[in-house]
Write a protein that binds this ligand. Sequence first.
Ligand SMILES: *Cc1c(COP(=O)(O)O)cnc(C)c1O
Length: 366
Amino acid sequence: MTLPVPAHIRSLVPYPPGKPMEELERELGITGVVKLASNENALGPSPKALAAIAAALPGLHRYPDGSGFYLKKALAERLGVEATEIVLGNGSNELIELLAEIFLAPGDEAILSHPTFLVYQKMIQARGGCAKVVPLQDFGHDLAAIAGQVTARTRMIFLDNPNNPAGTVFGQAAFRDFLAQLPAHLLVVLDEAYVDFVSPELAWDSVAYRLAQPPVAILRTFSKAYGLAGLRIGYGVMAPEVSDLANRIRQPFNVNTLAQIGALAALADREHLAATLAMTREGIARLAAGVAALGCRPYPSQTNFFLVDLGRPAKPVYEAMLHRGVIVRPMAAYDLPSFLRITPGTPAENERCLAALAAALDPARP
Ligand SMILES: *Cc1c(COP(=O)(O)O)cnc(C)c1O
């Protein structure tokens, strides 16, 4: 049976299904698998978030607060915006989806870089939109080329800053010049999933641009620096006109109770964030030095992951590391077939990663 669904839905490619780690361990006959593939926080969640979540469990028979009152209030105070300018999402992924749903009708254009976060392309395609792809230049967004692709049918531009997978950033002056070249009839989505990791000399405050022309929707997440990927919560800062549209289209209870409570506690836990940033910086420095010593080329990164060019097909190396219980991300899906993307873990996990890479590169080694 072939059901009559639109071709742009039929041609969507499912997200590659990862196995539960327990299944993988059973299949490989090993234990203690180390996952350094998804830019998660190896320190775990904030202990304060865990305590707040535990205290909230007896209230789970109630629907969540559909307005996200306390979390929006805390975020608004932190960011210097109105609570009405914040939209919460079931991960920032949901916000990407909601914005594509609002702004794209079939045939409308959206511009994105390549490589970039894979979810943008998927959400554009799911709306029947037309994705215009602009290659990164020297592993950074080519803002001039992106501006040059805008037409009367362009409704959205997606920019991840820092970029996933390259780990590069653009600065405020470049972004301001970029916006000045754009017409007002589109939305710029500025995805700052990794903004907490950007070094202070390169960091800038994007929030004021929500009110620029064209407007900018700034997306952030609790999945990375805040260690709450499993809870699914992110937020967007948007002009009132945009947040109003998002609130009309979203499900009334899109963000669950534990996610709201955990995120609120994590936001207040500055110690956990500081420890996360320190662990990440030290981990990337150690891993980059280690992979360089093995003859591979690490790329600098402003995030909690970095790219390594192995100078040979990465898939067999990825597989050999997997058999040694270390999961990293092969980059063929991003058209970087000789690259791995590695998220630093704990110091012990990083040493295991380097040992697995060494053995994978040179199978003759013990
Ligand atoms: C990980 C990541 C996200 C986060 O998605 P969530 O749905 O909030 O977990 C968003 N954008 C980019 C570029 C990412 O790498």
